[in-house]
Structures are given as C-alpha cells and as structure tokens.
Design a protein around this ligand. Structure first.
Ligand code: SAM
Ligand code: SF4
Length: 357
C-alpha cells in the first residue's frame, strides 16, 4: 500500500430533469462537446505536484474499463451526446499498450471527432508515427523545464532526453501543432518559463503554462506556494514582447499571447504562448468539458465531488438509452464553478492523475 490512497468519491444516483436528447447540457446552459478520457491512472513519472514518490494505490485491472466497454461509451458520446472532440489522457496514456487501437476506433466514429492526446512524452519517439497513422490529430506534451537536473527533480526520473525525442518525433510525424504543457515550480519556475518559451519558439512548439491546481494526491496545495498567471505573464514580459492574440478565445482555457520580435508596429510574430489561469481567472462559465475516468465514472468537472458510475451500468446489462440518460443526468448536475476560491472549498478525493487532466 502506498501512503496516499486513490480517493474514490461518492457515486451519484439518478438525477431527473436532464433533456432526453439534443446537446449535452447543464442547468446553466453550457454545452459539453469536449470529452476527456483517462485511459489509466498508472504513470512512469512522479511529478511532485501530482503524485507521491511511492506512487498511489493503482486501480485494480478488473475495475478499469475494457477496450470494448470504452469504445461503446465513446460511440454513445459521439453519436448521441454531440461530443466533437476527444482527448486521451491519464495517468500516462502512453503506458497503455492498446492506445493506437483506441485512437483508431475513435477515428472510425461518425461524425469523426477531433482526437488529441496529453502525454508526458516518454515512449513517444517510438510511437508518434503509429499514433498519427491511427488517427491522432494533435498532441500536448508535458514539460516543466528544459534543464535536465531540474526535470529529474520535478518528475523524480531522469528522462528529459526521452521527452525531447518524443517532441521531435511528434513534430516529424505531423502531429501539428505540437503543444508543450508546463506547470511551474513556485521557487524557480519563472526562470523555467523563460527558458521553455525560448526553447518552444526555437522548435516551433506552442507553450501553454498551467497554474497549479489543488489536485495533488497529497492534498498539500497552497495558493501562496503557486505562481499566478499574472506573475508568469509579468516574468515573460520582462524577456519577450507580448501582445494579445487577435483570435477569438471561445471555450479555450488558455489566454493566448503573440510573441513578437520587438515593440514597434509591424514587428514579426515569432510564435505564441498561452497561460491557463484555472485558479486566478477561472473560465468555468465557458466550460465545454465532460470527463470519463479509467474506471468508467463520468465526472462533470475536474473538481466534482461525486461521479456517475457507467461501468456498473455497462456490466449490469444497461442498454445505450440508459447509458446516455445517465451521462446526461451527470452533466445536468454540473456546478456553476469549481469553487477553488470559495472559503468552503474542499479538494476532490481523486488526484489529477486518477481523473485525467
Ligand atoms: N501524464 C500525462 C501528462 O503529464 O501530460 C497526462 C496526465 S497529466 C495529469 C495531464 C496534465 O495535468 C499535465 O500537463 C500535468 O502537468 C497537469 N497537472 C498535473 N497535476 C496538476 C496540478 N496539480 N495542477 C495543474 N496541472 C496539473
Ligand atoms: Fe504522471 Fe502526468 Fe502526473 Fe506527471 S503529471 S506524475 S506525468 S500523470
């Protein structure tokens, strides 16, 4: 047993009132079109802000969705619930041997959803081309520093070279654009951010910096020990010329900035950088996400405190109508916001790695 248990929250019973068809809506009128699927809670890194060094109490194999069960739920999501975008995540989705098969089965759904992957990049050098051929459209690779020693300290594994090779392979395979996700260390993360942006501009990757959220397994998150989007932006502005991105933001979590070669009008655009201010400037009002965990639970929010057990329904013979209705009811019950900034906020039992970031 590891020191930190994998929290499994209460399971929601049936909720009435959700529309029986049409878009996947909640009571605030938000429509979920973006499905985040966690394929596993396992991981080969131990990022300090995510997992303890000794790992977690991993989900038993029999509790995880089988591939046929997952594909059935994906079919319902796309053909009945209006999901247009599917992101596979984890844990580390690249430790799942059948990842390419799941991507290919998702690509065969009609209307075909956009298919993306969030990964730590280990093993990507070997699999990027197969994933692209299976139907993967885009990829986000998590990388918090380009300094080898700092990488080893943050992830507790000396694997920076594998991640860099994965990034190169993703780009070569045409998984475009390649995005780099970074969560910054509170002490020297601003230096990492500057070096990461230089690195991403030089290689044509798009950097997305994410505010650290209270989703660590140890429940030790403290706001004063994290960097805010404003602090990150100020640090980048000391080194780079940034101007607001002219494109519409829509439901995208990142606020985008163009990096320019100088302050003068007409200065060349060198690339862009996004800052995801999940804590300090929450974007819950435009959230378009629904989530499925590796053990078949629908979560209507990263910070939800209860879940809807589709695996139990699947394994007791529920038909597609019943699964659809349960998913709709789960989303109907979505709260207005994550509540991190409310005095009574309680962190969800499951850590990020068991929900799917
Ligand atoms: N293992 C894969 C990876 O690291 O990309 C996918 C799963 S990971 C949970 C997904 C994303 O969540 C990563 O970009 C990671 O940096 C981010 N993440 C993990 N814990 C976080 C936290 N407490 N706050 C904000 N982001 C976090
Ligand atoms: Fe693993 Fe991703 Fe969590 Fe790091 S952030 S420990 S790579 S699941």
């Amino acid at each position: 047993m590891s020191a930190v248990a994998l929290g499994v929250p209460s399971v929601r019973g049936p909720v009435s009132g959700a529309p029986a068809d049409g878009p996947l809506v909640d009571t605030f009128g938000r429509v979920a079109t973006d499905l985040r699927v966690s394929l596993t809670d396992l991981c080969n890194l131990r990022c300090t802000y995510c997992m303890p060094a000794e790992g977690l109490d991993w989900l038993p194999a029999e509790q995880k969705l089988r591939v046929d069960e997952l594909i059935r739920l994906l079919h319902i999501a796309v053909t009945r619930l209006g999901i247009t975008s599917v992101r596979f995540t984890g844990g580390e989705p690249m430790v799942v041997p059948h990842l390419e098969d799941v991507v290919a089965a998702t690509a065969a759904l009609r209307p075909r959803p956009e298919i993306t992957l969030t990964t730590n990049g280990i093993g990507l050098a070997r699999r990027a081309e197969a994933l692209k051929n299976a139907g993967l459209d885009r990829i986000n690779v998590s990388l918090d520093t380009v300094d080898r020693q700092r990488f080893a300290a943050i992830t507790r594994r000396d694997r920076l070279d594998a991640v860099l090779a994965g990034l190169r392979a993703a780009q070569a395979a045409g998984l475009s654009p390649v995005k780099v996700n970074a969560v910054l260390d509170p002490v020297i993360g601003l230096d990492d951010a500057v070096a990461l942006l230089r690195f991403c501009l030089a290689h044509g990757y798009q950097l997305r910096i994410i505010e650290q959220m209270p989703l660590d397994a140890g429940h030790s998150w403290q706001r004063e020990h994290t960097l805010s989007a404003d602090a990150i932006l100020a640090a980048l502005r000391r080194e780079f010329t940034l101007s607001p991105h002219p494109g519409p933001r829509g439901s995208a979590p990142a606020e985008l900035w163009q990096v320019r070669s100088g302050a003068e009008a007409g200065a060349a655009v060198l690339g862009d950088v996004g800052i995801i201010a999940s804590v300090s400037h929450a974007f819950c009002a435009s959230c378009d996400r629904t989530r499925l965990t590796a053990d078949g639970q629908v979560r209507n929010c990263l910070f939800a405190r209860d879940e809807t057990d589709l695996r139990a329904l699947l394994r007791t013979g529920a038909d597609d109508d019943a699964l659809e209705a349960a998913w709709r009811a789960a989303m109907w019950a979505k709260a207005a916001g994550h509540g991190i900034n409310d005095p009574g906020f309680v962190q969800p039992d499951r850590p990020m790695s068991a929900i799917g970031g």
